[in-house]
Design a protein. Structure first.
Length: 195
C-alpha cells in the first residue's frame, strides 16, 4: 500500500499522492487519460489526526474507464469515474451527498496539472448546494500527486463521518463552510501623494 494525505481548507477538500511523472505542458485529453492510468492500485491515506482511509484506482471496460473509489469509513464511500467522451476526458463524481457532478478536463487552462471543471450534473437541482465543482490533479516527479477540489460560492454543509476500523463506533461532525467570492476593482496608488 502507498500512503496518501488529505488537505482541508475553506475552498478545497481532499488531497492525494500517487506514482506518476511531472508534465510540463498541457496534455491532450487522451494523453491526460493515459497519465491517470498510472494511479491504478490500492492506496492508504491519513488525515492530520492519523485517521486512515482507502483509495483505489482500477481499470474496467477493456481499460477504457478508470474508477477511483474512496472509503472514508465502512458507511461512507464515494467514487469518481474517468473516461473519454469523444475527444473530451470527463470525470463523473458519485458523491456521498447524493449528487453526481460531471467535470471535464480543460487542457486550455492546464499546465503542469490536469484541470477539471464543472460540465453538468444529475440529481443537483440547485447548483448552490454542496457539490464538487472543480478539481485538479498535479502529477509530481517525486511519485506524489495533489488533488484538491473547490466548492461553489454559497454556504456548504458537509457531514464528515469517522468510524472505528471494526465498525462498532461512529462519530459525525458537520462542517459549515461559507464561500463568498468578490471581485474588487484594482486600486491605483499615487506614490507621490503617499509620502
Amino acid at each position: 500500500m502507498h500512503r496518501r494525505t488529505i488537505l482541508l481548507g475553506l475552498t478545497t477538500l481532499g488531497g492525494a499522492c500517487a506514482s506518476a511523472s511531472t508534465q510540463t505542458a498541457a496534455l491532450r485529453p487522451e494523453q491526460a487519460f493515459q497519465s491517470l492510468k498510472a494511479l491504478v492500485g490500492d492506496w492508504q491515506g491519513a488525515n492530520e489526526r492519523g485517521r486512515t482511509f482507502l483509495v483505489t484506482y482500477r481499470l474496467i471496460a477493456n481499460d477504457s474507464v478508470l474508477v477511483e473509489g474512496w472509503t472514508m469509513s465502512p458507511t461512507r464511500t464515494s467514487m469518481t469515474v474517468y473516461h473519454m467522451d469523444g475527444e473530451a476526458l470527463v470525470a463523473t463524481h458519485y458523491c456521498p451527498l447524493g449528487n453526481q457532478p460531471r467535470l471535464q478536463y480543460r487542457p486550455e487552462i492546464s499546465g503542469q496539472r490536469l484541470e477539471f471543471s464543472f460540465r453538468d450534473a444529475t440529481n443537483l437541482a440547485d447548483q448552490n448546494v454542496a457539490h464538487e465543482h472543480a478539481f485538479w490533479i498535479q502529477l509530481n516527479a517525486d511519485g506524489t500527486f495533489w488533488m484538491p477540489f473547490s466548492l461553489p460560492d454559497s454556504r456548504q454543509i458537509i457531514p464528515a463521518v469517522a468510524a472505528s476500523a471494526d465498525g462498532v463506533e461512529e462519530r459525525t461532525i458537520v462542517l459549515a463552510i461559507e464561500r463568498n467570492t468578490k471581485h474588487l476593482d484594482p486600486m491605483i496608488h499615487d506614490q507621490m501623494n503617499e509620502m
